[in-house]
Write a protein that binds this ligand. Structure first.
Ligand code: GRF
Length: 195
């Protein structure tokens, strides 16, 4: 299974996937890593000899034009699956429909609770006792696509946003690796989820 991963930040999820896919028995290979900016996480791809590309929204007059160039970069690598791992941009309908259902996202909350860009902060602000991570098929909405996998994570009384997010990320990395592996070995069939 050829995979393109899109990131915007530190890429700890990406790094975990790069390490996991090093094992030839894993069944998936990361063929490229893309970003909307010169993200620190791109260094992980470089260390593993994986090609990278940056398509910055600032260089385009519309979101659609930006997304079309991002899509062209992705399609150059002919992936079977695109994974959003800390990609902090909303993707327009033309992009999503071109890739669906082979486009998945990992989100640091138990959706439908706390969608959007500040899930961990929102869970703390709401006094949630439990949060977690959701891996889902990306549809035209924000964090609204069909769920593939979820795992819960306890919230501790004195958690900072950083503390909780780091605790979530430990579980998130494992769930993402397991999910990509199950998609690679066809234990998970994305088209059945997406209809
Ligand atoms: C992840 O928790 C992801 O779910 C969220 O942002 C974080 C990215 O972390 N959208 P990293 O870049 O993989 O370290």
């Amino acid at each position: 299974l050829s995979v393109v991963v899109l990131i915007s930040g530190s890429g700890s999820n990406l790094r975990a996937l790069l390490e996991a896919t090093e094992n030839p028995l894993f069944g998936a290979k990361i063929v490229a890593v893309g970003s909307d900016n010169a993200a620190d996480g791109l260094a992980h791809a470089e260390q593993f000899g994986v090609p990278t590309f940056v398509v910055s929204p600032g260089s385009f007059d519309t979101r659609e034009n930006w997304a079309n160039v991002l899509l062209a970069n992705i399609n150059h690598f002919k992936p079977d699956l695109v994974v959003l791992a800390g990609f902090m941009r909303i993707l327009p309908g033309n992009f999503v429909s071109a890739l669906s259902p082979n486009l998945i996202n990992t989100h640091p909350s138990l959706l439908p609770a706390f969608p959007g860009a500040h899930a961990v902060r929102d869970a703390l602000a709401a006094g949630a006792q439990v949060s977690g991570v959701t891996i889902h098929v990306v549809d035209e909405g924000v964090d609204t696509g069909p769920h593939i996998a979820q795992a819960s994570v306890p919230v501790l009384a004195d958690d900072s946003e950083y503390d909780l997010h780091e605790r979530i990320k430990v579980v998130e990395r494992e769930l993402l690796i397991a999910t990509v592996k199950d998609i690679a070995n066809k234990k998970i069939h994305l088209p059945s989820l997406a209809k």
